[in-house]
Design a protein around this ligand. Structure first.
Ligand SMILES: [Fe+2]
Ligand SMILES: [Fe+2]
Length: 159
């Protein structure tokens, strides 16, 4: 368990990390073509590269959250958040699996078809929504635990 002041610094850090991840998500969404019009595969490689980079950064972020100890401190401050904190931490493997599925599809050359591309687009948007919800739940745990309020992870949820 961490010292309370260390965790306050951590809250600032985690908020900045959530914003940075959000920016990466938006950059990836911006790479996705209008599925109705595209038949070319030139979006696939840049998207694969960005999604793979996001996978690395997200895994690192999750490890920081799992090993940082500030979730434990939040529970110690307010035991009522214990169940929500556990639920949030247990969502990490599933979120990474979602991204792995998208990466596997992007790496498949057959994804150059508009049909497959549309499917990938839907899956990525679903992943973005799930991650957004996850980070919001985590923020709620930390806010309730420490009795503080910090900036929203996403100002606009339109992805
Ligand atoms: Fe998390
Ligand atoms: Fe997080």
């Amino acid at each position: 368990m961490k010292d309370f002041e260390v965790c306050r610094t951590y809250l600032t850090h985690v908020t900045a990390e959530h914003k940075r991840l959000d920016k990466l998500l938006r950059q990836i969404v911006a790479l996705m073509p209008n599925w109705e019009e595209t038949t070319s595969g030139n979006w696939r490689e840049p998207m694969l590269e960005r999604v793979s980079q996001l996978r690395v950064e997200l895994a690192h972020h999750f490890v920081q959250e799992e090993e940082g100890g500030c979730m434990e401190e939040a529970i110690a401050q307010n035991p009522l958040v214990g169940r929500d904190a556990d639920r949030a931490l247990h969502e990490h493997p599933g979120l990474l699996r979602q991204l792995d599925g998208i990466i596997a599809k992007l790496a498949d050359e057959r994804a150059a078809t508009p049909e497959a591309a549309r499917q990938i687009g839907q899956e990525f948007r679903q992943f973005a929504a799930d991650l957004h919800q996850h980070e919001q739940a985590e923020r709620a745990v930390l806010e309730s635990g420490f009795g503080v309020s910090f900036e929203a992870y996403l100002d606009s949820p339109t992805l």
